[in-house]
Design a protein around this ligand. Structure first.
Ligand SMILES: O=C(O)CCC(=O)C(=O)O
Length: 256
């Protein structure tokens, strides 16, 4: 783990190959299939890309990725205890899609650069990410850049995140990246699960996206990451003066 963290801190990303089995990938694909919406509404969502949001209300097997121990072991080292699931999006890129603009996921936190990561993002490859099918592109080391430094559109420092199906890339919130252009013939399905510091507002309002009765089917850790819990050493997140974890535990029929 130490070597992995060192690489993460230096390059801003790591890839863990083949974390999911072929059966696990197939199960999630099947759950997601009915939920992949029409093409995106703008170039950022992707006008030849299908997206699905509110994933834990639609595809329960995604919880195994949200709380995958290999991923959380790394995120635990970067973010504060009781960090949140900030966003969860399925992204199915079709042939002909153009590259996104380079961006950083934790820019929404509005902290000046250079900064400690306000978030950690992941991209789970449900298809192999290959040279021509629009793999994510990253700029190694750019998580350390200062204010005003941005990659050019054809920046030679950008690299493609190539990985077999079932793999996951984990990157630091301030790392510049984008969805790449799709020059191939088959779709590219990925799931981005993003975690944030516990004091940041989630990009997706997770407690509306995954209401208490649905959250009750998940582990206490996933519920807490959705927002059904208090920030560590504080009472931030209470409902009617109480910890909402108790409300969800009750729905799950657990002693509390
Ligand atoms: O689809 C990808 O490879 C990356 C997408 C992305 O970075 C985003 O939509 O924020």
């Amino acid at each position: 783990m130490d070597a992995l963290i060192d690489r993460f801190r230096q390059d801003g990303y790591v890839i863990l190959p083949r974390v999911l089995s072929a059966e696990q990938v197939a199960e999630t694909r099947q759950e997601l299939a009915p939920h992949l919406a029409p093409f995106g509404r703008n170039p950022f969502e992707g006008e030849r890309t299908q997206r699905a949001y509110a994933l834990l209300a639609k595809a329960p097997s995604i919880a195994r990725m949200v709380e995958h121990p290999d991923v959380l072991a790394l995120v635990d080292q970067i973010l504060a205890p009781t960090y949140l699931l900030w966003g969860a999006i399925a992204i199915n890129v079709h042939p002909g899609e153009t590259a996104q603009a380079f961006h950083c996921d934790d820019d929404a936190g509005a902290a000046p650069r250079p900064r400690a990561p306000q978030g950690v993002s992941t991209m789970w490859a449900l298809d192999a990410f290959e040279e021509t099918n629009g793999p994510t592109e990253i700029v190694p080391g750019s998580h350390l850049w200062g204010p005003g430094e941005v990659p050019g559109e054809n920046d030679p420092r950008a690299v493609q995140a190539l990985m077999p199906a079932g793999s996951v890339m984990i990157w630091a919130g301030p790392l510049f990246h984008r969805g790449g252009a799709h020059r191939g013939n088959t779709t590219r399905l990925g799931i981005t699960l993003q975690y944030s510091q516990p004091w940041l507002r989630q990009i997706e309002n997770m407690v509306l996206a995954v209401p208490p009765a649905k959250a009750a089917q998940y582990s206490p850790r996933v519920r807490q990451m959705l927002g059904y819990g208090l920030m560590a050493s504080s009472f931030m997140g209470y409902v009617d003066g109480r910890n909402p974890a108790r409300m969800v535990a009750k729905l799950a029929g657990e002693e509390c």
